[in-house]
Design a protein around this ligand. Structure first.
Ligand SMILES: [Zn+2]
Ligand SMILES: [Zn+2]
Length: 263
């Protein structure tokens, strides 16, 4: 395997049913029920294992009425990844559904954008509207990691290992970053675009720090990826249909992203 080629996986851990209109600023004319999925992503290669985002645990799921199907740790173990052996966690942003389970990776270093840490600990958190997607305990846990010398800060575009780069996008959260991984090049968009429909139709998820940066971010995602189908949205259930399961029995749970999608 070349030095900069990696295996990439999406690990689904939870789901939430909601009205379609809840997914878009300006709503949606089709007001039927739909669901969104919750993922963490795993990148395996010659430079070790990188886990992208940490999901949420049962207590947080209860608090926000979400349903965990397979806890994050269980999904990782099914992929042969022991959480306490993980060296690197990439925090795309600090929203509660991406930054929980903060004790699951006791030996990892965390990669986060300067802007996201400043945003999650600064004056914007005095506004209830902007604070909704953050959990105080997740943010405090990240502050503690800073003081334990376990956080690496990034500003804009940075290479974490050959073939793995992070790119600040902003928009949905002020310091949101996506992750580009060479295969072709797959881009783990996380919440830079929640669903394929956001990317394809230029629509925006209602929780956003900046609509403009979100929309500009879609252009960046497309530029970074080999094709539209190499962009992996943060919450689209279709990811589980488009990409093949890692093994029999892992359908609708863990899929390989480093192979051609079924489109
Ligand atoms: Zn988010
Ligand atoms: Zn999210």
């Amino acid at each position: 395997m070349s030095d900069d080629i990696h295996e990439v996986f999406a690990v689904c851990y939870a789901t939430h049913s909601r009205k379609r209109s809840e997914n878009y600023i300006f709503g949606d004319p089709h007001d039927e029920m739909t669901s969104i999925s919750y993922y963490v992503w795993v990148i395996k290669g010659p430079h070790g294992t990188f886990v992208c985002d940490t999901g949420f645990d049962e207590a947080a799921a209860k608090e926000r009425s979400r349903t965990i199907i397979h806890p994050v740790g269980e999904g990782l173990k099914a992929l042969g990844v022991q959480p306490d052996k993980v060296d690197h966690v990439i925090a795309t942003h600090m929203h509660w559904d991406h930054a929980g389970n903060y004790d699951l990776f006791p030996n990892a270093r965390y990669h986060i954008q300067d802007t996201e840490m400043a945003y999650a600990t600064g004056r914007c958190m005095c506004h209830q509207t902007l604070r909704i997607p953050f959990s105080e305990s997740d943010v405090l846990a990240m502050v503690r990691k800073v003081f334990a010398y376990r956080v690496e800060f990034h500003d804009g575009v940075e290479e974490l290992a050959p073939g793995i780069t992070v790119h600040k996008i902003g928009g949905h959260s002020k310091g949101l970053q996506c992750v580009r991984v060479k295969r072709g090049t797959v881009v783990i968009a996380s919440d830079c675009c929640h669903l394929y429909s956001h990317l394809d139709e230029g629509r925006v998820f209602p929780i956003t720090y900046s609509v403009g940066d979100t929309l500009e971010g879609y252009k960046t995602l497309k530029k970074l990826a080999t094709s539209r189908h190499h962009v992996v949205p943060g919450h689209d259930p279709d990811v589980l249909k488009i990409y093949p399961a890692v093994n029999t029995g892992m359908e609708n749970w863990i899929v390989r992203l480093d192979v051609a999608p079924k489109v």
